[in-house]
Design a protein around this ligand. Structure first.
Ligand code: EPU
Length: 422
């Protein structure tokens, strides 16, 4: 198992090219199941979760060809309609094959994703949505069996679905299914996340009829079939945010390329409040910081609110900022696992229910720590970059699920990170 050894207290300077978004690439790769045509994608990041998705699609029968800059997917001949436990257990986003398989082939069988480190993460809203569209669903031996074979032509039927809670993959799953359903589907209380919009735009290029992307009411008018298309995946908001917070903490000046600042406004506002200087120019964001920051309060919420996927990184930042701050997590009930590890590096944090109270102090010191989930791991990297001495982060396979070339990109801007294999 690989670990990272990080030498702290080095300022960061230079340019970082931000990769394509994991959470947009995953549903967009999976949308290839909706068409017998070719889907050609650019800007797909090279990540462990992407490999898992490719494995799953390959298992289902999708033909995949890759070169350096693009991936071509062809789901003309599908030979399985089931996503087995072994593939789903390593990546919850596998649940996204349910909607496309059910709407194109009238049948799907997908392993129920289990609990996960950041919370229980049920999929009841996905299931209730498919049922509202007429699907028959039963759960048996850990699998969701879904069928629309009893409906005329086996097609799902459009309807209005009120989602009790904003769910990103729930909105994506139901939106994909609705593209091939009979009639109109309205998704009420839909997720407005830019990744949902990116998927929707790709589906529109494939011939889907979708209105209201980026709002809480998405209307989809089903069509009989979709065709192939070409699409470039949007930039990774969370990767960009992670490099910006790193520089705010260590001090220095970096420029992130290939980003759209409007989509990370909540992150930029909080960095400015903490005292970093930010300049935006076309697709570039430059951050300058002397490393002396003010602690800030924040509460996570669905887009355009402050993203839960940046909560852990800002927690690391507040540990070295001046003052006492509160961070409240409202999306996932168990997303404070980085706290114990940050405390091992000298942080002063108390947890009261879903709020962490952080007493900032400008000393963190290197220690041996353990990565527990993707964003918790990122917060440990940031803490290590600003800490005194050396930090060893174990179990970094979590980071490889979501950050493309993390140590190369950080080393290019002046960090000292080494990957070791034990
Ligand atoms: N929820 C339900 N029932 C459902 C679906 C969701 O109760 O059927 C609850 C969840 O338990 C949670 C809340 O609704 O409390 C929101 O969860 P959501 O469904 O939006 O999360 P997700 O779609 O499973 C995606 C991202 C996560 C990101 C969240 C929130 C992907 C592949 N994953 O997860 O990304 O944290 O939205 O923005 O898009 C990550 O990249 O590290 C990551 C965890």
């Amino acid at each position: 198992m690989d670990s990272l050894i990080i030498q702290g207290q080095r300022k960061l300077f230079g340019d970082v090219l931000i990769s394509g978004a994991k959470n947009a690439a995953l549903p967009i790769l999976i949308s290839s199941l909706l068409t017998p045509g070719k889907l050609v994608l650019k800007n797909v990041p090279k990540l462990f979760d992407i490999q898992t998705t490719e494995k799953l699609l390959h298992f289902l029968g999708v033909e995949i060809n890759k070169d350096e800059s693009s991936i071509e997917l062809n789901a003309k001949l599908i030979n399985h309609i089931d996503a087995p436990y072994d593939l789903v257990k390593t990546m919850r986003a596998s649940i996204l094959v349910l909607g496309p398989l059910l709407s194109r082939f009238s049948k799907a069988r997908v392993s129920l994703p289990g609990g996960c480190a950041i919370g229980s993460r049920p999929v009841d809203i996905h299931i209730r949505g498919f049922e509202a569209m007429g699907a028959r669903i039963n759960i048996d031996q850990g699998y969701i069996n879904a069928s629309s074979e009893h409906l005329p032509d086996g097609r799902l039927i459009g309807t209005t679905i009120n989602m009790d809670q904003v769910t990103v993959t729930g909105t994506e799953n139901l939106m994909m299914a609705a593209t091939l359903a009979r009639g109109e589907t309205i998704l009420d209380n839909a997720a407005k996340e830019p990744e949902v919009v990116d998927l929707g735009n790709c589906l529109i290029k494939m011939g889907a009829k979708i209105l209201g992307l980026g709002t809480k009411k998405i209307t989809i008018t089903g069509v009989e079939s979709l065709s192939g298309t070409k699409h470039a995946v949007m930039f990774d908001r969370i990767e960009a945010g992670t490099y910006l917070v790193a520089t705010a903490m260590t001090g220095g000046e970096i420029c992130c390329h290939g980003v759209d600042a409007d989509k990370i406004e909540a992150i930029i506002l909080k960095l400015k409040e903490a005292g970093a200087e930010i300049k935006i120019n076309d697709e570039k964001i430059t951050i300058k910081s002397d490393g002396h920051l003010k602690a800030i309060n924040l509460t996570t919420s669905p887009y355009p609110g402050f993203p839960t996927d940046m909560q852990a990184q800002f927690m690391a930042m507040n540990t070295i900022a001046k003052g006492t701050s509160e961070i409240t997590e409202t999306i996932f009930e168990n997303r404070f696992m980085h706290v114990q590890e940050l405390v091992r590096m000298g942080a002063n944090i108390d947890i009261k229910k879903n709020t962490a109270i952080i007493r900032g102090d400008d000393k963190l010191s290197g220690a041996n720590v353990m990565a527990t989930d993707l964003r918790a791991s990122a917060s440990l990297v940031l803490a290590a970059l600003s800490a005194k001495g050396e930090t060893k982060i174990e179990r970094i396979y979590h980071l490889d699920r979501g950050y493309e070339m993390l140590e190369e990109k950080f080393n290019q801007i002046g960090a000292k990170i080494k990957r070791v294999n034990q």
